[in-house]
Design a protein around this ligand. Structure first.
Ligand SMILES: *Cc1c(COP(=O)(O)O)cnc(C)c1O
Length: 343
């Protein structure tokens, strides 16, 4: 049986969190002399709401969860780091990943002195059955499932996620940074039944706010409480909170952009598949394509010379380059350059 206290680090269970001026007084008042701020209005002279309640209220409506099931961080990268700090005993607990996948799971593990155990996927980058890997797993730690996966673009079946969450004693972290580009629904709806599930999303991709640094974690209120307890008090700044609120207000605009990016993705798949140095294009439910070239290193080098920067993933997946879907114009330029390369 999953027990959150059992997997929470003892020092975290026992610590007393910092209590900021803004978290001690939450009511309405006219005079704020409690936080050593400069009283002169600059639009930014006041500390932000440490728990970002206004923003979370809007996110809660959109995602159909309660406010206390949402953690907001300085990018999802902060949420990943805090999950390690709260739920992995350094030098003792493991993190489990399925390469090729997002690099921050490993970097954050290294920073926190947590050992990473790499588990293998099949030829379609799908996860093995829980039974076939259970002997490699301990009874604690974090298991990361990225869906749609970066850099491969494939979605992990919801049934597999349920199977893993029902059987693993640690936390299952499902990273849905690209879910808005996918045909699949978010796994957030599984939270009611799965106390050891954490779902990560971000404002960095579909929402067009990578520069604002705003990531979301959805989980039980107990897990969220623990993350809130150890986060830096004012981890999400006022400007980012405002921009995210604005983006949520204009959600229909974002939806149109998502649709056009998906259209461009499908167009690019057709066009790339006609090039004779393209070996294969992996099916993608994200805003990028993983493309295998006959001469990937050379293609990568020439594209840089032409001022087109793509992601060289040949070390993760043989012969592969990850290409983000750009504007119609950018994609056309990419395609023309690739046509020239093949001669
Ligand atoms: C881009 C990306 C993120 C986003 O991280 P932020 O810190 O929110 O910008 C998270 N996970 C994956 C797999 C990504 O590719």
């Amino acid at each position: 049986m999953f027990n959150l206290e059992n997997i929470t680090r003892k020092n975290i269970l026992e610590m007393k969190p910092y209590s900021s001026a803004r978290s001690e007084f939450k009511g309405q008042a006219d005079v704020f002399l409690d936080a050593n701020e400069n009283p002169n209005e600059t639009l930014l002279n006041r500390y932000p709401d440490p728990l970002q309640i206004q923003l979370k209220t809007e996110i809660a409506k959109l995602k159909e969860v309660s406010v206390n099931q949402i953690f907001l961080g300085n990018g999802s990268d902060e949420a990943i780091d805090l999950l390690y700090r709260a739920f992995c005993e350094p030098g003792l607990d493991n993190a489990y990943i399925f390469p090729p996948t997002y690099g921050m799971y490993t970097v954050s593990a290294a920073i926190n002195n947590v050992q990473v155990v790499e588990l293998s996927v099949d030829n379609d980058f799908q996860l093995p059955s829980f039974n076939s890997i259970k002997d490699s797993l301990d009874t604690a730690g974090l298991l990361f499932i990225c869906s749609p996966n970066n850099p491969t673009g494939n979605v992990i079946d919801r049934k597999i996620i349920q199977e893993y969450a029902n059987n693993f004693q640690g936390l299952i972290v499902v990273d849905e940074a690209y879910i808005d580009f996918s045909n699949e629904k978010s796994n957030i709806s599984l939270l009611t039944d799965l106390p050891n599930l954490v779902v990560l999303q971000t404002f960095s991709k579909a929402w067009g706010l990578a520069g604002a640094r705003l990531g979301m974690a959805f989980a039980s209120k107990e897990i969220i409480n623990t993350l809130n307890k150890i986060k830096p008090p004012y981890n999400v700044n006022t400007l980012s909170q405002k921009e995210a609120l604005l983006a949520l207000k204009n959600a229909s605009e974002t939806q149109l952009q998502i649709e056009s990016i998906i259209e461009e993705r499908e167009k690019l798949i057709l066009q790339l598949s006609q090039l004779n140095n393209v070996v294969q294009i992996f099916p993608s439910e994200a805003n990028f394509l993983l493309v295998e070239f006959k001469n990937a290193e050379n293609v990568f080098k020439i594209l840089i010379e032409k001022g087109i920067i793509v992601r060289n993933r040949t070390k993760q997946v043989n012969g592969c380059i990850r290409i983000t879907i750009g504007t119609a114009q950018e994609n056309a330029l990419l395609l023309n350059t690739l046509k020239d390369i093949q001669g």
